[in-house]
Structures are given as structure tokens and as C-alpha cells.
Ligand binder design. Structure first.
Ligand SMILES: [Zn+2]
Length: 378
């Protein structure tokens, strides 16, 4: 099958289209699994507990307001986690779901590293909303949610690139002056709605310091700041990249899942780091494919294509599981599917994925830790 995705993985996919997809049963080779329509609340009277906008534009301000609502409503479960600031000074809002005392194990769910890919933040926010209701006994969608609190902390950064998201949404309040200073020096592909980079025109998922920065070419098509495809002059040049790197170095989440759009596919392994994981990565991606119907990419071979994403950074720097999840169907354009397609395109296929990563970080916890320990040589 030829795969067209205009996202972080564009150039890599041109190469990968020649490679075989990982061998899976026929039933898992396509994204044709009919999505079940699960009710997500125990009964309709609980609808007021559901706050996330899932059929229209969901702005950064709305996301922050909903995070504040969760912090206030679930003070013993939802905790503010300082992460740092964007280039234009916005907080990289991050929350921890867990007991008041830190758990030694964690999982990290990240959205919107790429600005226009706002289905990713919407998925994580809707998941967060329903997961908290599940802990509270108001939803049966995630049956072990409460039990898992004993075993793991969940960190969620729904919007890792708030400046970029605000640019893509033409929602410049709070960043107007900072953006005006650089706007004219940044090349724009298509339109501002299709903005993918951070506020300074650096494509964040080409910037992580995984040792491949000099080699990295895939998707990097500009030598100056642009709405996409410019990696900056040095690794981790962007504030957002540094903040995410510092966070994973400090917390060492067993699994980091970075959500993007488009393609309904997992980019989950590269030839350099795959041996570290002794097939734990393979087993987890096969489970993820089974519940979503998404395709599983072949193992990436050329660091010039795959390098410098957050998922690559956690694999090469920490020996921990890192996966890039591409939500929604791919096509040949930069354009995102309409806001009102979110439930059909994303939620109905991917609602189990965040939960699956949490559960499997617990199930495979000891093996992931042992593999990382051997890799790091301590
Ligand atoms: Zn992306």
C-alpha cells in the first residue's frame, strides 16, 4: 500500500513506501477495522461532567480553561506540573494524574508538537476528561483507571507548541507583539492555518538532540525559519524542545507517546535503538494496532529520515519506549480534516490508545526498566 502523509514523516514515508510494513495478521494491516461506538459515560445524566469541545475549534485558551477545571475539580488526582515556557512566553501546560505522592513510574502523553495538528490535543483532552470520570466511577470506558493510580503517574502535555497552535488558529491574543517581530522573516507554506512550526519558524520534531541532528534531512526543506521544514541551527535550539528534553531526562517516563496527525500509523522503532527493547516495543505496537486498526511502520533504517523527533530522543538518550502516533487518515495535503470530523476520524479509533500506553507501561514496567538499565550501562 502506498502511504501518503503530509506530516512530520513526509520524506521518511517516501522512502518507507518502498519497504515492507512489519508483518502482521491480515486483519491488522489496514485501518479498516470498524470503530465501535462506545458510550463514554455511565448514563446521560452525567453529561455535565464532560467539558471538552470535540466538534468545533478547540483553542489554546479553551484547553487551559479545561485544565484549570480539572485541577479544581480533582485536586487529589490532577496536579500541575511545571514544564517551562514557549518562545513567546506561554506556559507549556502539563498535568500529572496520580496520587499526591509521586509514583516512581510514569508514562508521558504529548500532543501538538506540530501546530496545525490540533486533533492530537483534542484527543488527549477528551481522554483526560473521560479518564478522570472513569476514576470517579462515572464512566466504564477505562475500567482499570482507578487501580492504575497505585502503579503509575500519567503526565499529559496536550499542547507542546502553544505559540504555533495559536498561529494556526489565528488566535494571536497574548503573542501578537512577539509574533509581529518575526512574522515577516518566516516563510509560509500554503497559509497560516497550515502552520506547523513553533512561533519562531522552527519545526520542533526535527530538533531533538538524539545524535542525528547533523544528518537529519527528512522533512527539512528550508534553511531559514519557515512554517514547516526548518530545523534550526543547533539541536534543541527551541525553548519548547529544551523543556521537553529536560522533562523526560528528569522523569524518565517508561513510555512516551507523541501524538500527531495524519496517517493512522505508528512510527515506533528505528534500526539503531530497536535491539534495546528486546521486542517489548514490538509487542506494545502490535497491541496498539489491534485496538486502533492503525498501520505499523517498518523499522526505520536511515537516521537522515527518521531522526530528531521526541520519540527518537527518548529511545536513544534514555533507552525508553518512544512512539509517534499519527491520528486520522492521511492524504496528499497539509490541510487537516474539519473540526467536526474529530470523533469519526480520531476518537472512535484512538480512544483506547492513551489507556493502552498507561496499562502497558505497568505490564512491561520491569522489562522496560531492565532494558534501559542495560542500555545506559548502570
Ligand atoms: Zn506531526
Amino acid at each position: 500500500m502506498i502511504v501518503f502523509v503530509v506530516c512530520c514523516q513526509l520524506t521518511a514515508l517516501v522512502v518507507r513506501a518502498q519497504e515492507p510494513i512489519l508483518q502482521l495478521p491480515d486483519s491488522l494491516k489496514t485501518d479498516s477495522i470498524p470503530p465501535p461506538l462506545y458510550p463514554f459515560l455511565s448514563n446521560d445524566s452525567l453529561i455535565s461532567y464532560y467539558v471538552v469541545e470535540d466538534t468545533a475549534e478547540y483553542t489554546y485558551g479553551m484547553i487551559c480553561a479545561d485544565l484549570d477545571y480539572f485541577l479544581t475539580t480533582y485536586p487529589d488526582l490532577v496536579h500541575d506540573q511545571p514544564m517551562g515556557q514557549s518562545e513567546f512566553g506561554l506556559e507549556l501546560r502539563t498535568i500529572r494524574i496520580g496520587r499526591p505522592a509521586l509514583n516512581k513510574r510514569s508514562v508521558f502523553l504529548v500532543g501538538n508538537i506540530h501546530a496545525r495538528e490540533d486533533f492530537s490535543s483534542k484527543l488527549l483532552m477528551k481522554f483526560l476528561n473521560v479518564y478522570l470520570l472513569a476514576i470517579d466511577g462515572k464512566s466504564t470506558l477505562y475500567p482499570n483507571a482507578k487501580l492504575l493510580l497505585d502503579s503509575i503517574d500519567i503526565y499529559i502535555t496536550p499542547v507542546a507548541n502553544p505559540d504555533g497552535l495559536k498561529i494556526a488558529h489565528d488566535d494571536l491574543a497574548g503573542i501578537e507583539q512577539a509574533f509581529a517581530l518575526v512574522k515577516d522573516s518566516i516563510f509560509v507554506e500554503d497559509s497560516y492555518t497550515e502552520w506547523k512550526a513553533n512561533g519562531l519558524g522552527i519545526d520542533l520534531n526535527d530538533t531533538f538532540d538524539d545524535g542525528n541532528f547533523e544528518l537529519k534531512k527528512g522533512g527539512v526543506v528550508h534553511t531559514k525559519p519557515a512554517s514547516e521544514g526548518y530545523k534550526g541551527l543547533i539541536p534543541a535550539e527551541a525553548n519548547e524542545t529544551q523543556a521537553l528534553q529536560n522533562f523526560v531526562l528528569a522523569k524518565r517516563p517508561l513510555i512516551t507517546a507523541s501524538f500527531h496527525t495524519k496517517g493512522n500509523i505508528f512510527f515506533w522503532a528505528d534500526a539503531k535503538t530497536h535491539p534495546i527493547f528486546k521486542n517489548v516495543d514490538t509487542e506494545i505496537v502490535q497491541k496498539a494496532a489491534a485496538v486502533s486498526g492503525f498501520r505499523v511502520s517498518s523499522i526505520s533504517k536511515n537516521p537522515a529520515d527518521y531522526g530528531c523527533g521526541l520519540e527518537n530522543y527518548v529511545r536513544s538518550k534514555l533507552g525508553l519506549i518512544g512512539v509517534c502516533v499519527e491520528l486520522s487518515r492521511g492524504d496528499k495535503t497539509r490541510f487537516q480534516h474539519p473540526d467536526n470530523m474529530f470523533n469519526l476520524e480520531v476518537w472512535e479509533r484512538a480512544w483506547q490508545l492513551p489507556y493502552l500506553y498507561i496499562e502497558n507501561a505497568v505490564i512491561y514496567g520491569s522489562r522496560i526498566e531492565e532494558n534501559a538499565r542495560l542500555y545506559m550501562g548502570n
